[in-house]
Design a protein around this ligand. Structure first.
Ligand SMILES: [Ca+2]
Ligand SMILES: [Ca+2]
Length: 142
């Protein structure tokens, strides 16, 4: 078998220079575009955060309301806590801040201290008194 020794064609200096310049231009354009995209991304992140994010305090309020609603919706009125619902809320969501003694009357006592209209149900504002008391106690304000 005969092999031909094929040499690469001589470089086209003008073409290579033009090609190198175009590659450089494309690369600069790409860098510029990436820069614009990252600025746009940053602006969008701030816009989205402005509309959907909550401060820690707002998030805490949302948590309180959603957990109250979840517990209150188990029986009877969906907007108020029965004794069983209240007991479930306290033991599930406030296990460290509310230590009820094993005395079964303890939950009745706590509930009646909050039940302002004595109807055996806690509205959110009646329940909210407990959160206020716990927060004050925790902060050493009471
Ligand atoms: Ca209920
Ligand atoms: Ca009540």
């Amino acid at each position: 078998m005969h092999r031909y020794n094929v040499k690469p064609p001589p470089p086209l200096s003008g073409f290579d220079t033009m090609n190198a310049q175009m590659t450089k231009n494309v690369s600069n354009e790409r860098r510029l575009l990436q820069c614009h995209l990252s600025s746009l991304q940053s602006v969008m992140t701030h816009v989205v955060a402005y509309f959907i994010s909550q401060s820690a305090m707002e998030a805490a309020i949302s948590t309180l309301v959603s957990q109250f609603k979840a517990c209150a919706g188990k029986d009877g009125s969906a907007n108020t806590l029965s004794k069983e619902e209240f007991q479930n809320l306290v033991s599930t969501h406030l296990p460290n801040l509310v230590k009820l003694s094993s005395d079964p009357g303890a939950i009745d006592q706590l509930m009646s201290s909050l039940d302002e209209n004595n109807d055996g149900e806690l509205t959110f504002s009646e329940f909210w008194q407990l959160i206020g008391k716990l927060a004050s106690k925790q902060a050493g304000l009471s």
